[in-house]
Design a protein around this ligand. Structure first.
Ligand code: EPZ
Length: 421
């Protein structure tokens, strides 16, 4: 397995271009299964999860062409099968996102039940319950979800918990259902909004976009000609590189970034002492060589502080001045990075779903192991601030969600290189 070797202690500074959002690209690529006509998707990030999604669509018989700028022409006009096999789903839980579109357009789907992962059990009961309410016949056996529906029927759905991909699956299914569907307690994450805008450009009739009540009037088919759609910039990648500058006392300018999807994160970075300025499509952060002040955060669904930035702020707090309390309310086991940071000298105490971080003068480099996507990123951030060398193992987790991370950090002056296995 590839490793990343990082020599910490450099103050990062420079400019970076933010890539397209992984968590918008995944549902939007799945949504192309709904389209009678070819569509083209731009600003797709170059990530392992994207490759897995394209492999999944390809196995179904979807035709696509990827150019050197990662623009993808997708043609789901005719497909050969409606199956998402175990060997792909187990590497990427988001494969569950083909369930709604397959059921809505082709009336059947056979999707391997996604297992849990390092951060939690990650059930999909809300996805299945909603599709059943829309008239689908859902059976789970042999580790697979077997779903059939002549035609889904619009209805009122009240989600018992805010779920991002649950909202996305049901939203996609509702676009071709007969009648109107209301999804209440819907997730409002910007990636859900990006998917909804894409679906409306395909010809769907969605109202309430960006709110927690989505109203979808089903249509017979989605057949917009010559649609090109640009994926939104990745807000979590943006937040991660802002912290790379903050944790090393440096400065960074991030271009092609969205400033209206990170308010909770920018507020906390300002509280930590960062100087932040924003423009139409850029954000700068400058620490003026200062150490950050510790901040306390509590994760919750958008627009509250995002769980996908929790591990990165834990790293920031590890070397900050004072004590910061991190509370994780979305996932039950999203502190796998803590014991690795403790090996680097971090003073973090876990109490149930809370991490009490007491900043130390400096961390020391050590061999550490990545366990999940955002935990891996937080270990890289800690390594950038640590004295000496850190070897981060199992970085395939990082490659799932960060486009060319070592090149981007090197552009900011980091000493980082990939050690092939
Ligand atoms: C999405 O995962 C993201 N992934 C995650 O990003 C992100 O951390 C998460 O939303 C929360 O924002 C993608 O968009 C591909 P949920 P998702 O359903 O949809 C419970 C990353 O790092 N739940 O919103 O799987 C669930 O257990 C990844 O990029 C049910 O109980 O998350 C969790 O506690 C990691 N039943 C809570 O809801 C269900 O049917 C929120 O999960 C569905 C969810």
């Amino acid at each position: 397995m590839d490793k990343l070797l990082i020599t910490g202690g450099q103050r990062l500074s420079g400019e970076l271009r933010i890539s397209g959002a992984k968590n918008a690209a995944l549902p939007i690529l799945a949504a192309t299964l709904l389209s009678e006509k070819p569509v083209s998707i731009g600003n797709v990030p170059h990530l392992h999860d994207i490759t897995t999604t394209l492999e999944l669509l390809g196995r179904m018989g979807v035709q696509f062409v990827v150019d050197e700028k990662m623009n993808i022409e997708v043609d789901s006009g005719t497909i050969a099968n409606c199956e998402a096999p175990y060997e792909l789903v187990r590497t990427m839980r988001a494969s569950i996102l083909v369930l709604g579109p397959l059921l809505a357009r082709f009336g059947e789907a056979r999707v391997s039940l996604p297992g849990g992962c390092a951060i939690g059990t990650r059930p999909v009961d809300i996805h299945l319950d909603g599709l059943s309410k829309m008239g689908a016949d859902i059976r789970v056996e042999g580790g697979f979800i077997h779903a059939r529906a002549k035609r889904l029927k619009g209805c009122r759905l009240v989600l018992e918990q805010v779920t991002v991909t649950g909202t996305e699956n049901l939203l996609m299914a509702a676009t071709l259902a007969s009648g109107t569907t209301y999804i209440e307690n819907a997730a409002k994450e910007p990636e859900v909004t990006d998917l909804a805008h894409f679906l409306n450009k395909l010809g769907a009739r969605i109202k309430g976009i960006g709110t927690d009540i989505l109203e979808i009037e089903g249509v017979e088919k989605l057949d917009t000609e010559n649609l090109h759609y640009q994926i939104m910039p990745d807000r979590i990648e943006t937040g991660t590189y802002l912290i790379a500058a903050a944790i090393t006392g440096g400065r960074v300018k991030l271009k092609n970034a969205r400033t209206d999807t990170l308010d909770a994160v920018l507020d906390k970075l300002s509280e930590a002492g960062a100087d932040i300025t924003t423009g139409t499509d850029w954000i700068t952060l400058d620490m003026h060589g200062r150490k950050p002040k510790a901040v306390s955060v509590r994760t919750a669904p958008y627009p509250a502080f995002p769980t996908d930035m929790q591990a990165q702020f834990t790293a920031l707090n590890a070397i900050a001045e004072g004590v910061g309390i991190i509370t994780e309310t979305v996932f039950e086991n999203r502190y796998m990075h803590v014991q690795e940071m403790q090996r680097m000298g971090a003073n973090i105490r876990l109490e149930s779903n809370t991490a009490i971080c007491t900043g130390v003068a400096r961390l020391t480099g050590a061999p550490v192991m990545a366990t999940d996507l955002r935990a891996s990123a937080s270990l890289v951030l800690a390594a950038l601030a640590a004295e000496g060398q850190t070897l981060v193992d199992r970085i395939y987790h990082i490659d799932r969600g960060y486009d060319h991370i070592e090149e981007k950090l090197s552009q900011l002056g980091a000493t980082i290189r990939r050690i092939p296995r």
